[in-house]
Design a protein around this ligand. Structure first.
Ligand code: APR
Length: 235
């Protein structure tokens, strides 16, 4: 597999992951046939308006997702990426995922572009809460009675500046930029593969479905699951 050679040769490899990285852990992605946005309209649920207009559905939807990341766990592919970081084969992971599975598997250089379900905060005063309180059905802030929400980036909200800056610097430094399990359909996250490519990186996309950026890639793998590709590269 040519990717194995590129991985050996590259002095600076950056991995970019989307929801397809966690489907083999049991979590749904968003846009494939069994994805979350096939069951729910993101414009009704994944934005701050829902906190006012649709609060019960918002709470139930995100309570289920918080429960999900407690019930499911990283798969072998997450652990392979963490081992590659320890070996210096991978320098960092830029992720759109909010499940915390890369860190749970041991990766430390992780930019969470869309925040995390592992933390919550009060929409009004910003006070932080653990996910245990949310699961225990305490949805309102003890300090100001504002509503609690996961510390993820809802549509229309800006990305965390520190994560964005780190991701930008990593994409610029990459010699090899590997996308794992993303439809690359959400901006500005989907710009990082192009930033890497524009700065001279080889771009690899491992994704079951086609993406709008396939034509820019030096290698596209549609016919293998991410877990299988990572295990083949790891032997
Ligand atoms: N192996 C390879 N590809 C896979 C696998 C797998 N095991 N499982 C799923 N995929 C692919 C699907 O074909 C799909 O194209 O992963 C892709 C996931 O795409 P999306 O569901 O759109 O997820 P993502 O790209 O991460 O979405 C970006 O959208 O709603 C927002 O904030 C949310 O971070 C998310 C963002």
């Amino acid at each position: 597999m040519i990717l194995k050679e590129w991985l050996q040769e590259s002095r600076y490899t950056v991995v970019f992951t989307g929801a397809g990285m966690s489907t083999e852990s049991g979590l749904p992605d968003f846009r494939s046939s069994s994805g979350l946005w096939k069951q729910k309209d993101p414009s009704q649920i994944a934005n701050t308006n829902a906190l006012n207009d649709n609060v019960e559905e918002f709470i139930e939807f995100y309570r289920q997702r918080v429960l999900g990341v407690k019930e499911y766990h990283p798969h072998k592919g997450h652990y392979i990426l963490a081992e590659w970081e320890q070996q210096g084969k991978v320098k960092s992971i830029i992720t759109q995922n909010v499940d915390g599975f890369h860190q749970e598997a041991g990766s430390t250089q992780v930019a969470e572009l869309h925040g995390t379900l592992q933390k919550l905060h009060c929409q009004s005063c910003g006070r932080e809460y653990s996910s245990e309180e949310y699961v225990a059905e305490d949805y309102y802030c003890v300090a100001c009675e504002g509503i609690l929400r996961p510390s993820i980036v809802l549509f229309g909200e800006s990305l965390p500046q520190e994560a964005f800056q780190f991701a930008y610097e990593e994409a610029e430094k990459a010699e090899l930029f590997i996308v794992l399990g993303s439809s690359l359909s959400v901006t500005p996250a989907n710009q990082f593969p192009l930033i890497a490519k524009d700065h001279g990186a080889k771009l690899v996309i491992v994704n079951r479905d086609e993406t709008p950026f396939d034509s820019y890639a030096d290698l596209v793998i549609h016919d293998k699951k991410i877990g299988e590709v990572l295990e083949e590269l790891h032997t």
